[in-house]
Design a protein around this ligand. Sequence first.
Ligand code: SF4
Length: 334
Amino acid sequence: MITPDEPHWQSELAGSYTDPRALLARLGIPAEGLAAPGTASPFPMRVPESFVRRMRAGDPLDPLLLQVLHSPLEDLATPGYGPDPVGDLPARATASALHKYHGRILVIATGACAIHCRYCFRRHFPYGDFALRQSGLEDVLAYLARHPDIDEVILSGGDPLSLSDERLEPLLEALGALPQIRRLRLHTRLPVVLGQRVTAGLLNLLRRVEAAVVVVIHANHPNELDDGIRAHLRRLGDAAALVLNQSVLLRRVNDNTDALAELSQRLFDAGVMPYYLHQLDPVAGAAHFEVDDATALDIMEGLRACLPGYLVPRLVRERPGAPFKIPLEGAMRD
Ligand code: SF4
């Protein structure tokens, strides 16, 4: 059941900052020297006020601001960086689904996101060709019928929780009711970006899914998880079988042990377990976020020294065509 306050998350999304100058003015940061993308950018800035409230006013190096503010470095071509860094396009199984790994498929539920992360590996993804429509769902169901070994469906995007509950419901019901599907996974940044998305209606919907629901959120820095967001995440945990977090290792954002250790601590406080720490996918426009492997491994050593093992995420890299995500620890130093 949807309660009357629930459309609030949609109106806040609709009011997101899309003009970098307005965002910088809101934070009291001079816009001089901070180049803004043209309004015709295919990946324009987008960030809701809820996320902006967690940025430090007056600080152009704020780790949340750096994740969303266009940098002129994005326009430089970097060898090895391209539009499809993880081989999504060759993995297309149906109009809206990717099949990369044994036993699971990923469905592009929507192309929309609540926030545009400048390092996003799908920032050049042709969502217009992929995003799920009714006929697309039928194709996915037919594909699953032909592949009974698939027991997990991942709803991704874009961000599947940017769909309204009315649009999510038939999707979750149809996929979750299939006897072969044991787990239904949602990859979403929305509960972190805009905690109000964790509505009573969404929680009821997740509880009704017949398959076990796994939610994988995406937070990169402890400042993203203030008291309010942690409360929303705990509510989410009450409706899901498991809530995990994946982060991306990002230069100047979270490339130090202290930030990532505090992130793990806050995740646990919110009932969320650290899962993956991804090395940056080499997507065109994001090279300035890269952290070299030696530094990444040093950070991991620092995490192991100050956290219990269950709070240390796995440092991995995705390679196009590989049958699983490649762990970096062990592979580099042994
Ligand atoms: S929310 Fe996820 S899919 Fe959307 S821009 Fe950020 S990283 Fe990419």
